[in-house]
Write a protein that binds this ligand. Structure first.
Ligand SMILES: [Zn+2]
Length: 361
């Protein structure tokens, strides 16, 4: 049988500062060596590794797990946006079947969210008390693909404000248990104190991170803990605040304050040298397929295009242990009409999308 060959004609951006000419996909594998036979397809433009959505929820809807058809549509919407690798940040259903489908984005699962009883969106997570945390984390560490997701804080209606979900000491034991299982842990953190607790506990990543304070920045850098700001989701805070205001005015005010500082927090983190990755939080509230909106948000916060691209391609892939554009890597790439380092908006209208050597567009 003849090999299936795609020729990429244009600069292949193997990193922010290195481009190469001459890239082919031969039966789904990238190579810089010109194949003996003529290509079946020629795709012209600037080639980037497939986009990464580092905080996404596949198989999750507003009320919990959704069926296979709905899950499929979510994954396809992400694919159409150029997202070819997803770190799932918590899903109540079993989405392992997605990993068997060669026409869908690659998926790294975190298992199910772990939240405090009655302190999370209903139907999404395990809702547990502190004495169950270590065991639940251990179980999810075994079920997931190397990641565990904690809901680090949420509104505590008894005090009418945001508060950490679990005692700091218990979180520390739980994260240590996950590390013993070989898994990394990430946590939803809206508030300030939660980030201290998580850093004390040697967390591996912080989601949302709206409560970042100057005191956290050096620790994030020293401990190599990245943040995934999910700015397209933070944009919903004013709605959350408006709904909560009549009953929980302090909480509402706090959410508005966190929303107001969202871009400054991201820029401060970037300037301090904290690793930042692009995540949409698509799933329960945010629609799938919005990775390039998140990239634009990161740019609006002050990240230069190369840093935004790092957050959604080269950097995110290296962090997750996934291949980029290299000899022998899977042909999971997107092709832009213009140089995305000069014109970031070009990623919102990708010319071509190729997954495992198949041209999706
Ligand atoms: Zn999420």
């Amino acid at each position: 049988m003849m090999a299936n060959i795609i020729e990429f004609r244009g600069p292949a951006l193997v990193s922010a500062h290195e481009e190469r000419q001459g890239l082919w996909s031969v039966d789904g594998t990238l190579t810089f060596q010109r194949p003996a036979s003529a290509p079946d397809r020629v795709l012209e433009g600037w080639v980037l590794p497939g986009l990464v959505d580092a905080h996404c929820h596949i198989g999750l809807g507003a009320g919990g797990a959704v069926d296979e058809q709905a899950t499929l549509l979510q994954a396809q919407a992400d694919l159409e946006a150029g997202t070819l690798l997803i770190r799932d940040c918590g899903s109540p259903g079993d989405t392992r079947w997605v990993q068997q489908r060669t026409d869908l984005p690659r998926l790294i699962r975190s298992g199910r969210h772990i939240a405090r009883s009655r302190r999370y969106l209903r139907g999404l997570g395990h809702e547990i008390e502190p004495d169950e945390l270590v065991e639940t984390v251990r179980k999810e560490a075994r079920d997931g693909d190397g990641w565990v997701k904690l809901v680090g804080d949420w509104i505590d209606r008894s005090i009418g404000d945001l508060a950490p979900s679990f005692p700091a000491r218990t979180v520390k034991e739980a994260i240590s248990a996950a590390h013993n299982e070989g898994a990394r842990v990430t946590a939803h953190c809206f508030g300030e104190d939660t980030i201290d607790h998580m850093l004390d506990a040697n967390i591996d990543c912080i989601e949302h991170a709206t409560g970042l304070l100057p005191r956290h920045l050096a620790r994030l850098v020293e401990q190599s803990v990245p943040i995934v700001p999910t700015l397209v989701n933070i944009a919903t805070f004013p709605d959350i605040a408006a709904q909560a205001a009549p009953k929980f005015p302090d909480y509402a005010e706090r959410m508005l304050r966190l929303w107001d500082g969202r871009r400054e927090r991201v820029l401060e983190a970037f300037e301090a040298g904290v690793s930042i990755y692009a995540g949409t939080d698509a799933g329960s509230v945010i629609k799938h397929g919005r990775i390039t909106d998140e990239m634009q948000e990161l740019h609006d916060a002050g990240l230069p295009p190369a840093a935004v691209l790092h957050a959604a391609t080269w950097g995110a892939r290296a962090w997750l242990g996934a291949e980029g554009i290299s000899e022998g890597a899977s042909a999971d790439v997107v092709v832009c009409s213009e140089d995305p380092r000069r014109e970031l908006a070009t990623v919102a209208a990708l010319k071509h999308i190729v997954i495992r050597g198949k041209v999706v567009r």
